[in-house]
Design a binder for this molecule. Structure first.
Ligand code: FES
Ligand code: FES
Length: 160
């Protein structure tokens, strides 16, 4: 049975008729048609589906769409501004923190959640924040460097 779901997705208010048992990941990709958020394990193990819910990283593959009624949901598509990559996106690109790219949207959203609450994180903070996100390509060192570069770049804007 479908019931109405109201939420804000990437800054836009939406209302959709959604099955009560639909996962947030399926809602984002199939109903909203926003496909940057990836489906890896579908079991809460890999972090590929990480989105922000009210600014906090959450796994969309183990969250029901109706659980986010009235909340703010952000996906990787929310980060670029007027066609320009965000500091985190640029950091991953320039530091080679993205290779095949499959884990990258989830990694970046987990890092975005970290930098919003901890603008100047230690390496241990970054490793902890990304500990639920699996990457098969990079060995993680370049991902850590990417987040550190983004944190440095964001400092002036956070202080402004
Ligand atoms: S797809 Fe959600 S944690 Fe793997
Ligand atoms: S870049 Fe390929 S899984 Fe992370």
């Amino acid at each position: 049975m479908k019931t109405l779901l109201n939420l804000t997705l990437n800054g836009r208010a939406r209302e959709d008729a959604v099955p009560e048992n639909m996962l947030l990941l399926d809602y984002i990709r199939e109903v909203a048609g926003i496909t940057g958020t990836k489906s890896g394990c579908d079991g809460g193990e890999c972090g590929a589906c990480t989105v922000l819910i009210d600014g906090r990283p959450r796994l969309a593959c183990i969250t029901l769409a109706h659980q986010v009624a009235g909340r703010q949901v952000e996906t990787i598509e929310a980060l670029a501004e007027q066609g320009r990559m965000s500091a985190l996106q640029r950091g991953f690109h320039e530091k080679l923190g993205s290779q095949c790219g499959f884990c990258t949207p989830g990694m970046i959203m987990a890092a975005e959640g970290l930098l919003r609450r901890t603008p100047d994180p230690s390496e241990a903070d970054i490793r902890q924040a990304l500990s639920g996100n699996i990457c098969r390509c990079t060995g993680y060192v370049k991902i850590i460097e990417a987040v550190q570069a983004a944190a440095r770049e964001r400092q002036p804007e956070q202080a402004a």
